[in-house]
Design a protein around this ligand. Structure first.
Ligand code: NAP
Ligand code: G4F
Length: 323
């Protein structure tokens, strides 16, 4: 029997690697879009390298996207590629717009041109809510992004909605709240903390410099969230959904739990560095996942406590191996 084909853009990222594993387990033929760079960034998918097909294309290059879709003729496209780090978006706002906003239009155009039956998932973000007027946030909450990244994601969200409404594409926007894992990039606060905890535990460092400890996030496990992405493309009717846990914690609480998991006292090691504050901060995010729970029959399986403990344990093993 012919396998169902899926393209994942951003397969080398945190979510891309978990989604590839998930789709392979479901029997899909998985194609991963990778961009050319002088050094390969395949660490997260090294264990899958013989199971997936990698194709070279770039969100900045319209023709490469059209050719990729023409060649593969997938049933599903998961558009996860983007410049995803908020502080970088303040430093490189134009490039962030090109990748994270216009890149979505280029992907949608490629799908529209080649085959309008292809199902399209857009990786939207809770950063779009930004300075939210109420909590928890759901589809009725107005967007008020606080960074060039958030602004670019708002564009990506609405262009996805627009192509659905204009051209009858099965195009959906998953508004996902923060999701983490041992594969999270080390620049994001959760992984920055758990990696530092491991180094401090093993005597390699003494301190960890952090910015705003009062920021609150709704943190889930990335492995759970990629299943929600897939479920969104299996719906009968395309629609957008908020995917979250519905619980929120401060950066301070994350740090406290992470240091405790390694038998350390966070207050002895964390140093607040105002240089890490953002020009405009998103103070509190908490998602309302009720619709996703109902429509997708999906629920997160990993609690905040288990997530932190899992990340600390993984980083201790990693740092020990590197010794
Ligand atoms: P990530 O680890 O930063 O991965 C980003 C991916 O995008 C990488 O594979 C990267 O490839 C690729 N990429 C960047 N620019 C590209 C370009 N010009 N052409 C082709 N590929 C490009 O991000 P993630 O955490 O997995 O998140 C996946 C998606 O969900 C992102 O769009 C992110 O904005 C969104 N999102 C994430 C969260 C979260 O909490 N993780 C929440 C909401 C939404 P390289 O390896 O070549 O750099
Ligand atoms: O871990 P963060 O960098 O993630 P942020 O900005 O919430 O964005 C992530 O989640 C979004 C979903 O809401 C995604 F769309 C996006 O792609 C990305 O995956 O920062 C979380 C919070 C912020 O309020 C930040 O100010 O932690 C605070 N923070 C405090 N100290 C820090 C630090 N963040 C980082 N990265 N580094 C610090 O030292």
């Amino acid at each position: 029997m012919k396998k169902r084909k899926a393209i994942i853009t951003g397969i080398t990222g945190q979510d891309g690697s978990y989604l590839a594993e998930f789709l392979l387990a479901k029997g899909y033929h998985v194609y991963g879009m990778v961009r050319r760079s002088s050094t390969e960034t395949f660490d997260r998918i090294q264990h899958l390298i013989t199971d997936v097909d990698l194709v070279q294309a770039d969100l900045l290059d319209q023709l490469s996207l059209i050719n990729m879709i023409k060649k593969i003729r997938p049933a599903e496209v998961y558009n996860l590629a983007s410049q995803s780090f908020v502080p970088t978006s303040f430093e490189q706002p134009v490039l962030t717009g090109e990748f994270t906003a216009m890149g979505v239009t280029r992907m949608l155009e490629a799908v529209k041109l080649v085959d309008r039956k292809i199902r399209f998932y857009q990786a939207s973000s809770s950063e779009m809510f930004g300075l939210a007027p109420h909590s928890p946030q759901n589809l009725k909450t107005p967007f008020h992004p606080r960074s060039p990244y958030g602004v670019a994601k708002v564009y990506g969200h609405w262009i996805t909605v627009n192509y659905r409404e204009s051209y009858d594409l099965f195009a959906v926007s998953g508004i996902l709240f923060n999701h983490e894992s041992p594969r999270r990039g080390k620049e994001f606060v959760t992984r920055k903390i758990t990696h530092a905890v491991a180094r401090i535990k093993l005597g390699l460092d003494k301190n960890l410099r952090l910015g705003n400890l009062d920021a609150k996030r709704d943190w889930g496990f990335a492995g759970d969230y990629v299943e929600a992405m897939w479920r969104m493309l299996q719906m009968k009717t395309p629609r957008d959904l908020v995917v979250a846990t519905g619980k929120t914690y401060t950066v301070r609480e994350f740090a406290k739990r992470a240091f405790r998991a390694a038998g350390l006292n966070w207050e002895k090691h964390v140093v607040v560095d105002p240089r890490l504050y953002r020009p405009a901060e998103v103070h509190t995010l908490c998602g309302d996942p009720a619709e996703a729970f109902r429509v997708l029959r999906w629920k997160p399986s990993v609690t905040f406590e288990r997530l932190v403990d899992m990340m600390v344990a993984a980083d201790i093993r990693l740092v020990e191996r590197q010794q």
